[in-house]
Design a binder for this molecule. Structure first.
Ligand code: G3I
Length: 480
């Protein structure tokens, strides 16, 4: 299987045709992904990308360069269409700490202030990367490098404490070739060893506990690529050992025709590890309907997975894109909307509601007026104040993911309990938006302190991943 991939080695680069290393049966969790059908929400379709994304509880952002903010059409398009931003270069190490201990935030502050004044989400990009690293960093001894890394994280995150939605804590640490899990050789691995990633995430959590902490990389869009498997294994390991990580960023520098067929499956698999997934640097080389189709597929893949919380395109207009020759963005050089724009807008408007931000350390709360409508959910009879419906939202050999919708009847409920019995030895591995108690095959899930109150006729959801064969047992709901 051949496809285009992009080496992210800085500067402007050309698309290079590469043959990806496929790992048969990789991830151990590959299998069919239950298609999540999207329904058009009631009400008028939104007319901008940010507003359309917000309908399903997501953001739609753009990378912004401070140097272009004197272009009024650039800022007007950003303000009108996007509800999130990532500074394209201004928060990188060479911009924020060009010499040791001397920090500069002027350009990044310009973007952050503007975004805050418009109520936009801000993604921080990036703290620890081998690229755009000033030369003084490479000359440090091991112990100096370690303290410089922690000091950089503390100072930059400290400067923006409470203002950043998600930080790309470590960027592009994995190699493009080699055995699964091979890290790129860099000053970080050479002096601190592979543990530098964990060290960075632990420091980042302490520096700003309110920010989501992401690992961000390119060429991890294909579920079966060895690089993807390496990142997947790292996140699984971090989760198992309690290393703080909240999200994975798929950069998704793509070309028309190169969106992997398993792109949605890939997102769902990462999400099943208990992290949010964000499309962080999307751009798709091409034009016309082929480009629009690729953008549509990426958008639909994200909106089909509840924990895919937002999309950022890597720029506003083709004319300022780092790969402008590929015309990869949604607006042309005159800020005219391209066919791809309409495809994205329509796909966002068709997304199933998926509201509420997720807490840092557990999956996204997912309160929706209607459940995701994939295979018919198994519903409990409406015998009391509430009812529940369980559905399988993803499955793979040996495991599955489910969403349970808890709905209030004609009166509001304050506290709910959902029960069921597993038919065939299933066991929950991770549950969110609820507290569980298990006795043999009997499962009881109660509300958490933030989702016990449901207005009359409204609903909330909880979810879980489980081991075993996907099952939709009968569920009951009671409310005190
Ligand atoms: O601002 C200077 C200008 O003063 C100077 O005259 C000119 C000379 O080359 O360089 C300008 O800086 C350039 C900067 O972009 C701003 O345009 C740098 O040379 C150039 O290397 C830099 O490229 C950035 C690249 O990261 C560096 O690796 C791109 O703008 C930026 O879009 C790109 O973003 C990366 C993400 O951070 C990580 N993922 C891949 C992505 C694309 O490469």
């Amino acid at each position: 299987m051949g496809e285009n991939s992009l080496p992210a080695d800085g500067g402007r680069r050309r698309l290079v045709g590469t043959r990806r290393l496929l790992v048969a049966g990789a991830l151990g969790v590959l299998g069919t992904v239950t298609a999540l059908s999207a329904s058009v929400p009631a009400g008028a379709a939104a007319g901008t990308l940010g507003a359309a994304a917000a309908q399903s509880g997501r953001y739609y952002g753009a990378a912004i360069a401070a140097g272009h903010m004197s272009d009024s059409a650039y800022v007007a398009t950003w303000d009108r269409e996007f509800n999130a931003v990532t500074p394209e270069n201004e928060m990188k190490w060479d911009a924020t700490e060009p010499s040791r201990g001397s920090f500069r935030f002027t350009s990044a502050d310009q973007i952050v202030s503007h975004a805050q004044s418009k109520g936009m989400k801000i993604r921080g990009h990036t703290l620890v990367w081998h690229n755009q690293l000033p030369s003084w960093v490479s000359g440090l001894s091991t112990s100096d490098l370690r303290s410089a890394m922690v000091n950089h994280i503390n100072t930059v995150m400290g400067h923006y404490k409470g203002k950043i939605y998600a930080w790309d804590v470590v960027n592009e640490a994995f190699a493009d070739g080699g055995a699964v899990g091979t890290l790129r050789s860099s000053v970080w691995t050479q002096k601190l060893g592979n543990g530098f990633i964990e060290e960075a995430f632990r420091a980042a959590r302490a520096a700003d506990p309110s920010a989501k902490l992401c690992y961000n990389d390119y060429n991890i869009d294909n579920a079966t690529a060895s690089k993807t498997l390496g990142v997947y294994n790292m996140i699984k390991d971090f989760k198992a050992r309690g290393v703080p990580i909240d999200c994975v960023g798929l950069q998704s520098h793509l070309s028309s025709g190169s969106v992997p067929s398993n792109y949605q499956q890939n997102i769902a698999q990462f999400a099943a590890l208990g992290v949010d997934v964000q499309i962080t640097e999307l751009d798709v080389g091409g034009s016309g309907s082929a480009q629009a189709d690729a953008y549509r597929r990426v958008t639909q893949a994200c909106t089909a997975v509840p924990r895919c919380t937002g999309i950022t395109v890597w720029g506003v207009t083709d004319k300022y894109s780092w790969r402008s020759g590929d015309t990869p963005l949604l607006f042309d050089g005159n800020y005219t909307k391209k066919q791809a724009y309409t495809a994205v807008l329509d796909a966002l408007n068709a997304a199933t509601p998926n509201t509420s931000p997720s807490p840092n350390t557990s999956p996204s709360p997912n309160t929706s007026p209607s459940p995701n409508t994939s295979p018919s959910p198994t519903r409990s009879p409406v015998t009391g104040a509430c009812s529940a419906a369980i559905e399988t939202t993803n499955s793979w050999p040996g495991g599955f993911q489910s969403t349970v919708t808890v709905r209030a009847g004609s009166a509001a409920v304050n506290g709910w309990t959902v029960k069921w019995t597993w038919p065939g030895g299933q066991s929950i591995s991770s549950l969110w938006n609820g507290t569980q108690s298990v006795s043999g095959s009997s499962v009881t899930v109660r509300n958490t302190d933030y989702n016990g109150s449901i207005a009359a006729g409204s609903s909330t959801t909880f979810g879980f991943t489980a081991n075993g064969t996907a099952a939709t047992p009968s569920v009951t709901c009671t409310s005190p």
